[in-house]
Design a protein around this ligand. Structure first.
Ligand code: C5P
Length: 407
């Protein structure tokens, strides 16, 4: 196979040391790694040690064009198959989101016409800061994908939360998936469309109707489908998770936007509706913030029903995906309600789960589900959301292969 090359942009952060292991593993797999280090990165790891591992000079500044080995930021940004930013600091993310080019790292990102994968690492408060979240959303909308950050304790402060650089093995897998898109996975050549997360329905410019969905299950399904070689479109409501590497992610806020994005992404072989879409929206959201009158008068909030995205797509006369999977989050009579929902909505399968408060499923990392098909109910043991995703994708692959054999 033709040798692949990545440009690795290292930002400044304690996690930079993990890149040494990443570079070693990439080189073992025959991937050429050319490294750009920001000034801050050089405070954590020396260019000399990076150079020894990458077996190449390390690029550290824009202007050294007298040096005959210098190739300039434009060529640097083009002579590769993929650009990886790790650790992607809040500052690098902000620069990229705003098109800055005042150092080599940001200039390479701005000049690039290649795929870019960012692996953020920073203090949890910095990650959750609205400015960073806004920048990440902007970059995702620009086609840049993210892996992580992982949740855990910070090395420097002991604070816990999302902000850790993903482990080298995970980053390596995401890089390899991009360098060698699977042509042999069980879903190779299939387009899988997934909705995930909640929707936000505005009441006025500052208030909205929402729910507790984290998007973890839908995003995990997207990752599992990518790992199985599918082309994946993920239509996601507002979540704090990064988009899975390799998916085309469309960010939406409301149910109506989600329906439009789903329609625009068709045709698809499989559609999995995992989003917790708000059932109602405000009939006419106020243009200005609704004020308290001071005399106890309550605002009248008139609600109208949102379109049922799953039902709409399942009832399409032409262009209906071959397999439609719905989710049914219930707090009682889980299987009975979910079975009825499968029929009423026109889904082929429903994945039912118990979200009564004691299960902690909404927002949690584990799930206990029942798969309801035309022929019966299959109850799976409790497992992680990642395992639920992988099991579901395996079932879907088996069904599609079965169908293909019968044709
Ligand atoms: O009716 P309920 O919200 O419980 O149905 C859940 C299923 O329907 C999920 O698959 C969800 O993604 C989908 N749904 C939808 N559009 C809606 C409401 C639910 O796609 N407006």
């Amino acid at each position: 196979m033709e040798a692949k090359r990545i440009v690795l942009i290292m930002g400044g952060g304690i996690a930079a040391y993990k890149c040494l292991d990443l570079i070693r593993r990439l080189r073992e797999r025959g991937v050429d790694v050319r490294v750009v280090m920001t000034r801050a990165a050089q405070q954590f790891v020396t260019p000399l040690s990076v150079s020894a591992l990458s077996n190449d000079r390390v690029f550290t500044d824009l202007f050294d064009l007298d040096d005959e080995r210098e190739i300039g930021h434009i060529r640097l940004s083009r002579l590769c198959d993929l650009i990886v930013v790790a650790p992607a600091t809040a500052d690098l993310i902000a620069k990229a989101a705003n098109g800055h080019a005042d150092d080599l790292a940001s200039a390479v990102l701005l000049a690039s016409d290649k795929q870019i994968l960012m692996a953020p690492a920073m203090n949890p408060k910095m990650w959750l800061n609205p400015a960073t979240q806004r920048n990440v959303r902007q970059l995702e909308a620009d086609g840049i994908s993210f892996i992580g950050p992982a949740v855990g304790e910070m090395a420097e402060s002991g604070e816990a939360g999302p902000g850790r650089l993903v482990e080298p093995a995970e980053l390596l897998a995401a890089i390899e998936a991009r360098l060698h898109p699977s042509s042999s996975g069980s879903l190779a050549g299939r387009h899988v469309l997934i909705t995930s997360g909640p929707t936000h329905e505005p009441i006025d410019p500052v208030r909205y109707i929402a729910n507790r969905s984290s998007g973890k299950q839908g995003h995990a399904i997207a990752a599992a489908a990518i790992a199985a070689g599918a082309r994946v479109t993920l239509v996601s409501g507002p979540v704090t998770l990064g988009a899975p590497a390799g998916a085309t992610t469309v960010q939406v806020q409301t149910a109506e936007e989600m329906l439009n994005a789903v329609r625009a992404a068709l045709p698809a072989d499989v559609a999995i509706f995992c989003a917790a879409v708000a059932d109602w929206r405000a009939a006419s959201p106020a243009d200005e913030k609704i004020k308290k009158t001071g005399d106890g008068e309550k605002p009248q909030l008139e609600l109208v029903e949102n379109p049922d995205i799953l039902k709409t797509i399942a009832h399409m006369k032409t262009g209906r995906p071959n397999l439609i999977v719905g989710f049914a989050a219930e707090t009682e009579n889980v299987i009975a309600f979910a079975t009825r929902k499968r029929r009423n909505k026109g889904a082929d399968w429903t994945v039912a789960n118990d979200v009564s408060t004691h299960t902690g499923v909404m927002g949690g990392d584990r799930n206990r589900v029942h798969l309801i098909t035309e022929t019966g109910v299959d109850s799976w043991p409790e497992m992680s959301k990642r395992e639920v995703a992988e099991t579901l994708i395996a079932r879907i692959s088996a069904l599609l292969h079965d169908k293909a054999r019968r044709v």
